[in-house]
Write a protein that binds this ligand. Structure first.
Ligand code: ZN
Ligand code: ZN
Ligand code: ZN
Length: 385
C-alpha cells in the first residue's frame, strides 16, 4: 500500500523530456500529408491547441493581430507573426524548423500571407481562428475556400506517440493523487465551491499548470451533468459527483468519481453499482479496430437493460490530449475505428432529476492488447465525512 502510494507520487512529480524540433517537424510533415490526402491545399493554424501541438508555440498574449501557421505539402512550414511578437515566436521549440514571416503594424497581414497560399486552394482552418482573419484572407484571395480543420482532419492529433502517452499517464496519476487527498477532506457542512477550490489546489499541487474544471455536484445538483460547483452546502446523505481535470506538462487529465456523505441508501448503491458496471463494460470493450460508437453502445446497453437508459443523457466519452475535450468521440454514429495510441474518456452516468447523479470516468488508452486505464483509483462508492 505504502509502496503503491509512493510510486504514484513519483509518477505525479516526474518531468518529461521536452519535445524536440524534430518532433514538431514530423508532426508538421504528417499534418501537411494528411491535408493533401484529404484533398486540401494546406492547413492554416491560428494560436490554440493545434498550433501548440504542431510547433510548441503559444503566444504569451492573444491579440487581434494575425498569427498564422501555413502548412502545405512540399512547402516550408511558415509562421506569419506580428513583428513585435517575433522574438517570442523565435523561442518556440518548433522555431528551428519554421520559417518566420513577420509583418508590422500598418501593413496588411493578409497580403503578407497570400503569397504563401495556392490561389484557388481549399484550406483546412483551425477551429479557433478568428472570423475577421478568415474573412481578410478570403478578400485577399477570392479563389480560395476553407474547411474546418477538426471536421476535415478529426484524427490529426488523436493517435498519441509514446512521449505524449507518458504525459497523459502523468496527468492521470496527478488527478488520481488529488482524488486520494480529497477523500480525506470534510464534505458535510461545506459548500460545493469550497470542495472545488480544494480540488483545484490539489491538482496544482500535483503538477497541473492549468485547471480546466472542478465539478462538485452534490445531491440534486449531481443530476445536472453540466453543473460545476455552487453555493449549495453539502449535507450528510448526499451523493457527490466529482469530475476534475486540467493540463500537466501540456497534456490533459479528466476523471470522475461519485462519493457519498455517510451511509448510502439502497437505490444509491444500486445506481452507483450499475454505472460502475457500465463503465467497466465500456473499458473492457476497448480493442483496436472496434468503432468508437461501439464503446458507447456497450456502456449504454448495461444502463438500458437495468431500466435507467432515459437517465444516461450524454455520450460515453471524448478524446484527450493537449486539450481536455477533443476527437475521437465515443458516440453513436462515430464509426472511426480505435487505433493503438488513441486516448479518451469512458464516463457513463445516470442522472435522476431532483435527486442525485452518478458518473464514473477514467481515461483509457488503446493498446494492441486492449484498453489500458490511466486512472486507477478505487471505483467502489467511497464514503466521505
Ligand atoms: Zn444518500
Ligand atoms: Zn470529466
Ligand atoms: Zn470527460
Amino acid at each position: 500500500m505504502m509502496r503503491e502510494e509512493s510510486l504514484k507520487v513519483q509518477e505525479a512529480v516526474m518531468t518529461p523530456a521536452p519535445f524536440t524540433a524534430d518532433d514538431y517537424k514530423a508532426r508538421m510533415e504528417r499534418a501537411a500529408t494528411s491535408a493533401a490526402d484529404a484533398g486540401l491545399a494546406g492547413l492554416l493554424v491560428a494560436p490554440g491547441p493545434d498550433l501548440v501541438w504542431l510547433t510548441g508555440y503559444q503566444p504569451t498574449a492573444t491579440t487581434e493581430r494575425l498569427t498564422l501557421l501555413v502548412l502545405a505539402p512540399g512547402q516550408e512550414p511558415t509562421l506569419v507573426v506580428p513583428t513585435l511578437e517575433a522574438p517570442d515566436a523565435e523561442r518556440a521549440p518548433g522555431a528551428p524548423v519554421l520559417t518566420l514571416r513577420d509583418w508590422t503594424d500598418g501593413m496588411d497581414p493578409y497580403s503578407v500571407t497570400a503569397p504563401l497560399l495556392e490561389v484557388n486552394g481549399r484550406f483546412g482552418v483551425s477551429d479557433n481562428a478568428w472570423a475577421m482573419h478568415l474573412l481578410g484572407l478570403q478578400q485577399a484571395l477570392p479563389g480560395t475556400s476553407y474547411a474546418s480543420l477538426t471536421e476535415s482532419l478529426p484524427m490529426l492529433r488523436a493517435v498519441k506517440d509514446a512521449h505524449e502517452l507518458e504525459r497523459l499517464a502523468a496527468a492521470g496519476a496527478a488527478a488520481d493523487a488529488a482524488y486520494e487527498e480529497i477523500l480525506k477532506v470534510r464534505f458535510s457542512g461545506r459548500k460545493e465551491l469550497d470542495l472545488a477550490a480544494d480540488l483545484a489546489d490539489l491538482l496544482r499541487q500535483f503538477g497541473h499548470s492549468q485547471v480546466d474544471f472542478t465539478v462538485v455536484g452534490s445531491g440534486p445538483n449531481g443530476a445536472n451533468p453540466h453543473h460545476e460547483a455552487g453555493e449549495r452546502t453539502i449535507e450528510n446523505g448526499d451523493m457527490v459527483v466529482l469530475d476534475f481535470g486540467g493540463l500537466k506538462h501540456g497534456y490533459g487529465s479528466d476523471t470522475s468519481r461519485t462519493v457519498h456523505v455517510g451511509e448510502p441508501d439502497a437505490e444509491e448503491q444500486k445506481v452507483h453499482a450499475l454505472v460502475r458496471e457500465a463503465q467497466n463494460a465500456g473499458c473492457a470493450a476497448v480493442q483496436p479496430g472496434i468503432a468508437c460508437q461501439e464503446i458507447d453502445r456497450v456502456a449504454r446497453a448495461v444502463i438500458d437493460e437495468a431500466g435507467y437508459g432515459a437517465y444516461f443523457i450524454h455520450r460515453t466519452g471524448h478524446g484527450i490530449g493537449v486539450t481536455t475535450h477533443e476527437p475521437p468521440y465515443m458516440i453513436e454514429g462515430e464509426e472511426q475505428p480505435l487505433v493503438p495510441g488513441m486516448c479518451f474518456s469512458v464516463e457513463p452516468g445516470v442522472y435522476l432529476p431532483g435527486r442525485f447523479g452518478v458518473r464514473i470516468e477514467d481515461i483509457v488508452t488503446v493498446t494492441e492488447e486492449g484498453g489500458h486505464r490511466l486512472n486507477s483509483t478505487a471505483r467502489e462508492l467511497a464514503i466521505v465525512e
